[in-house]
Design a protein around this ligand. Structure first.
Ligand code: ATP
Ligand code: MG
Length: 573
């Protein structure tokens, strides 16, 4: 099907937050008006907006579903009180504003309490994915200069104790939940029990640091991007426009808070807007996910292409999800087949949107207000000036519509990261004049929709053509037998690089030479001989980061027998 075929959506049950009028009149000051600010004009603090200002509402903030079937609803009031206690715990342990509190926790309520409590104490919080092994943890805690670690007894024993002597700055370790409290740590529950419910958030400037996030490490060593309290203005505006969050929604963001999606939209945005969030502790399981969507009456669902493709493999037929009204995805390009699959599977298309750890929040999106163009990541949100540029010797040239180049964003939107900690030189490389340079290639069409081409590092040069991997992968996934695809450039004496593809089959298809040739033939017919893969492997799975992104650099290293580089975020090392 042609790329630009747009999906006209049925009118929704709820009027979208984004309309031509809101788009035209938008300003960041107006978005700030959705927040209260600290009492007495003491500034802007994320935790106050997320908990305290809704404390009297009696509403449920988190609908927690434990991995073993436990259930617990946490109200905004409880979250406000418990995070006050956590702030008192930090203060009594001598933690100062700006010091780093690292969380290595499963998706349990203590994680949310610790994030907000740290922000209330004006500490900087860094959430790490709890499946990381000791080495990536040591690396990140070293770069981030960890002062406090919050974890569980078993994660401590397996992952922190072995590296504790490499973390001399860590003077306090709190362990949450069941189990014997290991030597050298204290019980978080006991500490919270003894702490006061009362806490006054100290004055907080929108420029004060708030959250430290490591990037996914898709292209190399993960970088620690530092964000500020003022980013919340971007979180709420983008959640209203790109996720169409309304106060009465039940929202499920499936990302782990170890990744930026899991904090910006799994914690900050819904809580700040007073929306109830579903938190599921369990890992991906197609049946369990379908049950959560139905049983918890999820109305807005934010997930990732990798999860969508896994669901595509396992989902059968059409299921009624009468409460679901809006679905969005982020993290990787969403192939048109996956966008349309949503319509078949539960009657709604999937809205792709684009952003990065560094951007703090969604910048470009298919929204509730506009038709979806399957395969496109949508249009820049209000307040975001996104352009396509070519950078030559540090000079930025904005390219005309239709040309491929790097996505650049005019600096100054509230969610923008402030630095990669400990790496001023790398930070400086991201900026040129007024522009933040994203490292992603795309083109913009006449309707201002952006089409992802690939990461600058992944672009393939073959027989004089520059080929973005997504263009080829998109076509491979149009073959009925293919659910997932990745392509790489392999050095070649004639073509410079030749394109090699790797595909994963949908369930019900068996790998065979005939099928492999059929997929190659399909790609050649659709793409032409110059751009179609010359080689193709059918594989059981693709290597990916823990945040679900395909690691093309690893496919390439393995193919060429080269060193694998930084694999700290690889899902199954
Ligand atoms: P690293 O910077 O360490 O290599 P990373 O870039 O994968 O890792 P993240 O910040 O988690 O780390 O991911 C942002 C990147 O994910 C974007 O720069 C882009 O390449 C990709 N991405 C996110 N959303 C989309 C999307 N909708 N379409 C295409 N690519 C996307
Ligand atoms: Mg990146």
């Amino acid at each position: 099907m042609p790329d630009d075929l747009s999906i006209e959506k049925r009118p929704g049950r709820v009027a979208p937050n984004l309309t031509p009028a809101t788009r035209a009149s938008f300003g960041w000051d107006e978005a700030r008006g959705f927040l209260d600010g600290l009492p007495g004009g003491a500034g802007l603090n994320i935790a106050y907006e997320c908990a305290d200002r809704h404390a009297a509402s009696g509403r449920v903030a988190l609908r927690w579903r434990g991995a073993s079937g436990e259930r617990r609803d946490v109200t905004f009031g409880e979250l406000a009180r418990l995070s006050n206690r956590f702030a008192n715990v930090l203060q009594s342990r001598g933690v100062k504003p700006g010091e780093r509190v690292f969380l290595l926790l499963p998706r349990i309520p203590a994680l949310y309490v610790a994030v907000l409590g740290t922000l209330k104490a004006r500490g900087v919080v860094c959430t790490l994915f709890s499946a990381f092994g000791p080495e990536p943890i040591a690396q990140r805690m070293g770069i981030g200069d960890a002062r406090v670690v919050v974890t569980t007894p078993s994660l401590y024993a397996r992952k922190v104790a072995p590296i504790r002597d490499r973390l001399p700055g860590v003077t306090c370790v709190l362990v949450a939940g069941e189990g014997v409290v290991p030597v050298g740590t204290e019980s978080l529950d006991a500490a919270l029990e003894q702490a006061s419910d009362l806490w006054t958030i100290p004055p907080t400037s929108p420029e004060d640091p708030s959250i430290l996030h490591f990037t996914s490490g898709t292209t190399g060593t993960p970088k620690g991007a530092l964000h500020v309290h003022g980013a919340i203005v971007h979180h709420i505006a983008s959640a209203r426009f790109a996720l169409d969050l309304h106060p009465e929604d039940v929202f499920w963001c499936t990302a782990d808070p170890g990744w930026v999606t899991g904090t910006s939209y799994g914690i900050v945005a819904p809580l700040a807007l007073g929306v109830t969030s579903v938190v599921s502790e369990g890992e991906f399981d197609a049946e369990a996910w379908a049950r959560i969507l139905a049983d918890e009456k999820v109305s807005v669902w934010y997930t990732a292409p990798t999860a969508v493709r896994m669901l595509m493999k396992a989902w059968s037929g059409h299921r009624e999800l009468p409460h679901l009204r809006f679905v969005a995805s982020v993290g990787e390009p969403l192939n048109p087949e996956a966008v349309r699959w949503g319509i078949e599977a539960f009657g709604l298309p999937i809205h792709d949107n684009w952003w990065q750890t560094e951007t703090g929040g969604i910048l470009i999106a298919n929204t509730a207000a506009d038709p979806i163009k399957p395969g496109s990541m949508g249009r820049p949100l209000p307040g975001i000036e996104a352009v396509i540029v070519r950078v030559t010797d540090g000079v930025v040239e904005v390219l005309p519509r239709g040309e491929e180049g790097e996505i650049a964003i005019r600096r100054g939107w509230p969610g923008m990261f402030r630095e990669y900690i400990g790496n001023p030189e790398r930070t400086a490389r991201c900026f040129a004049g007024d522009w933040y340079l994203t490292g992603d290639l795309a083109r913009e069409d006449d309707d201002r929709y952006f089409w992802f081409v690939g990461r600058k590092d992944d672009v393939i040069k073959t027989s004089g053509h520059l080929v973005g991997p997504f263009e080829v992968e998109k076509v491979l996934t149009e073959h009925p037998a293919v659910v997932e695809a990745a392509v790489i450039g392999k050095p070649d004496p004639v073509a410079y690089e030749l394109i090699k593809g790797f595909v994963v089959l949908r369930s019900g298809f068996e790998a065979s030479e005939a099928l492999r040739l059929d997929i190659l033939g399909h790609a050649r017919k659709r793409l032409g001989a110059a751009i179609a893969p010359k080689e193709l492997d059918i594989v059981a799975s693709l290597p990916r980061t823990r945040s679900g992104k395909i690691l093309r650099r690893l496919l390439k290293a393995r193919e060429l027998g080269l060193a694998e580089g930084d694999t700290s975020t690889l899902e199954t090392p």
